[in-house]
Design a protein around this ligand. Sequence first.
Ligand code: CP
Ligand code: NVA
Length: 301
Amino acid sequence: MNHLLKMLDLSKEEIIDILNLADQLKYEQKHGIKHHHLAGKTLGMIFQKSSTRTRVSFETGMYQLGGNALFLSSRDLQIGRGEPVQDTARVLSRYLDGIMIRTFQQKEVEDLAKYGSIPIINGLTDFCHPCQVLADLMTIREHKGRVEGLKMCYIGDGNNMANSLIVGGLKTGMKVSIACPDDYRPDQEVLDFATGFDGFEVTSDVLKAAADADVVLTDVWASMGQEEEAEARKKIFAGYQINGEVMKAAHGDAMVLHCLPAHRGEEITEDVLEAHADEIFDEAENRLHAQKAVMVKLMGR
Ligand code: CP
Ligand code: NVA
């Protein structure tokens, strides 16, 4: 594993390896055991979109690993004024030991990896959000003791989260059902990957998707970059919500996850979010531990 560009690139073994290391790093951090695996190393963090969790967890994680992190807003970088990614990649490779990038097009992340010579970590694109899904799998394992054989149900937009959950879930032996409007299904590349798995289903029927689910997830109806569609999407996605009725269809002890930020009353009700706050904020915390594991795997050699 040289980069983390998308879940499709990882094998089941690589995913489990990251989750195991994340558990260990979490244990060490909680017990005050130093783990300076990246002493003297620097991570550059390029942000073309907003972030709370990704920025703070990468920056803090790098500090806890003994290294440094640089926040690089695209508003200030020459990349924001049109400097090609091929050149940016080659220049930054001369200074840094790794780059985390959050941007729009998946191709930009793939190009950074192609032209640069240091590990690249995808901190979210329109196509996927692998760091989030590693944290989600870690949280499921923590609360349920396993992931294999469990049913995951995702309700909402077939977006970057849906794409990554499908791949991460299926690769680790979960059943995955997706409820979304017909015109907002996950990417074809992901559907092509998923068709080979028995436990995969896409439907527009929310309660059918949620039936007997062990984990129920959702995400915003309008992602970053879709702000102008937000009002129209409220109508299109009405009903694609985690609420009491959905939780009744799911398994009695089903957990709820949300990558956050959440819009209460849209994709999730206030009641469900608050009833599952422990799980959801463990999930947010686990971004830190899962990403530290990714950085150690990629930059620790
Ligand atoms: N879940 C997530 O990636 O959060 P941020 O957008 O705050 O980084
Ligand atoms: N789908 C959301 C995820 C935010 C973490 C977005 O891309 O804005």
